[in-house]
Design a protein around this ligand. Structure first.
Ligand code: 4AD
Ligand code: MG
Length: 461
């Protein structure tokens, strides 16, 4: 029976026959003995395989090169070498898949992250991407675990939609019409009644609106799925395709929404610290010596809560010169967000009550008529990690706001039914999953925390 490297490294049972399969990271040695480092992805570390020259003449190991796939049978023994407690004394080495050492792009010497992005299909074979992908998995699991334990239901919202949930017009079109000669109506415009769905459709920018529908039936729900934005995502914080986690809770107001966001984020970071210690220690060592300290800090300290208006006052009084000037009513840039988090408060910040003009149509209007019950959670090194709000539950106020913002009410008539029939206060937020992975792994570019990133001029795989 095959064992994983993870199981073998943790094993107390020595001097037994084992079988392991994986990919060779390195082979080195001398004329008496060869050491083969094998990794199978189950854990950061390799297992060392010792092959005696008496049993394995050089000729027999010539195909055991970096990148090849091997099956090793042998005895698990205590290791004399430093850096590991156990190793395998090889009895049989079988090459399952050769790898031409001249052609294999991942040779032993470190390859830059930029270069690895160009060979993203092979990145999972590196220590760095193995670590990132394991942490990514752990966080996804922790998200489901958190919600399940707290009585939330996971709802699946559509990927193809007929409406723009954010009203920001940043959607990718989905169509089966022939691009060269699409059918036209009498006035010459494209006739979407001939299209697959009989209307214009897009890839979703958010599952929120469908999330609201289900929250006003099931109470506490969340979505966790891919979302798409055709915005200029040529930054280290944006992807054209990213995963979003969107809880929505009936009867919650802004305050409870903030409590949920804070507890949720702290629980996720804590889970990663507890379950990904090896991978995080490696990333801390390799890329960002302050990573572990920062993660513990977020878990141990309450987030700073303040209004947008208060934040603008702080920014205007700041000694630091900003590239973009701040004035009440302007949207905050990431330089402003990071100043508040990293320089002023030195902890995560939740900003609330933004001017209505810079936020989405569905946010609940404050009494002053100028601001809405929005909240953005800002994290060190990241800026906005969560965006959310209490929703406008009043039919008349909501439709008035939609008209003011030119959001088509006919397209969203189904959504308005929530306000027509048994409406209730409710609130929710969206966590950008890759921004969370970025924060927890300490990587500096969001393109390095998703296996197959999508960004302008890049959909290679
Ligand atoms: O602030 P956003 O646009 O909010 C919404 O979409 C709401 N419908 C959420 C809700 O209330 N249910 O996006 C939410 C989060 C952002 O805070 C950010 O973390 C992430 O999604 N995000 C992106 N992540 C990667 N690439 C992009 N292009 C992103 N755009 C938003
Ligand atoms: Mg936002």
């Amino acid at each position: 029976k095959r064992s994983t490297v993870k199981a073998l490294l943790a094993s107390q049972e020595l001097d037994r026959e084992v079988l392991v399969k994986g990919w060779v990271r390195t082979r080195r040695g001398n004329k008496y003995v060869q050491f083969i480092a094998v990794n199978d992805g189950s854990i950061l570390h390799n297992i060392q395989v010792v092959a005696d020259a008496e049993k394995f003449p050089e000729e027999d190991l010539k195909d055991v090169t970096t990148g090849c796939c091997v099956a090793i049978r042998g005895k698990l023994v205590a290791s004399q070498g430093k850096g590991q407690t156990v190793e395998i004394q090889a009895a049989e080495v079988t090459v399952l898949g050769k790898s031409d050492p001249e052609a294999y792009p991942l040779q032993k010497k470190a390859t830059s992250l930029e270069h690895l992005r160009e060979i993203a299909h092979l990145r999972p074979r590196t220590n760095t991407f193995g670590a990132v992908l394991r942490v990514r998995h752990a966080l996804a699991f922790a998200i489901h675990d958190y919600f399940n334990k707290n009585g939330f239901f996971y709802v699946h919202t559509p990927i193809i939609t007929g409406s723009d949930a954010e009203g920001a017009g940043q959607m990718f079109r989905v169509t089966t019409l022939p691009p060269e000669h699409p059918p036209r109506t009498a006035d010459g415009s494209v006739d979407y009644s001939e299209d697959f769905f009989g209307k214009q459709t897009n890839l979703t920018v958010s599952g929120q609106l469908e999330g609201e529908l289900t929250a006003l039936a099931l109470g506490s729900v969340y979505t966790f799925g891919p979302t798409f934005r055709a915005e200029n995502s040529n930054t280290a914080r944006h992807l054209a395709e990213f995963w979003m986690v969107e809880p929505e809770v009936a009867f919650n107001e802004l305050e409870e929404n903030m409590d949920l966001a804070e507890d949720f984020l702290q629980s996720l970071v804590k889970y990663a610290l507890e379950h990904c210690a090896d991978d995080l220690a490696f990333l801390n060592e390799q890329y960002d010596k302050e990573l572990l300290g920062r993660l513990h800090f977020v878990v141990d300290n309450a987030f700073q809560r303040l209004t947008y208006t208060e934040a603008v006052e702080i920014l205007k009084a700041a000694k630091q010169k900003f590239e973009f000037p701040v004035d009440w009513g302007t949207d905050l840039q990431s330089e402003h967000e990071r100043y508040l988090v990293e320089k002023h408060f030195k902890k995560p910040v939740i900003l609330t009550n933004y001017p209505k003009e810079i936020k989405a149509f569905y946010m609940k209007l404050d009494e002053d008529g100028r601001t809405v019950r929005a909240m953005d959670v800002l994290f060190p090194g990241i800026g906005e990690i969560i965006g959310g709000s209490q929703r406008e539950e009043d039919y008349t106020k909501l439709t008035t706001r939609m008209a003011e913002m030119h959001v088509p009410t006919d397209e969203l008539d189904w959504y308005l039914d929530t306000r027509r029939f048994g409406t209730a206060p409710h609130a929710g937020f969206g966590l950008g999953f890759e921004r969370l992975v970025l924060f927890v792994t300490g990587m500096s570019n969001i393109r390095d925390v998703i296996p197959f990133p999508r960004y302008p001029k890049n959909a290679a795989f």
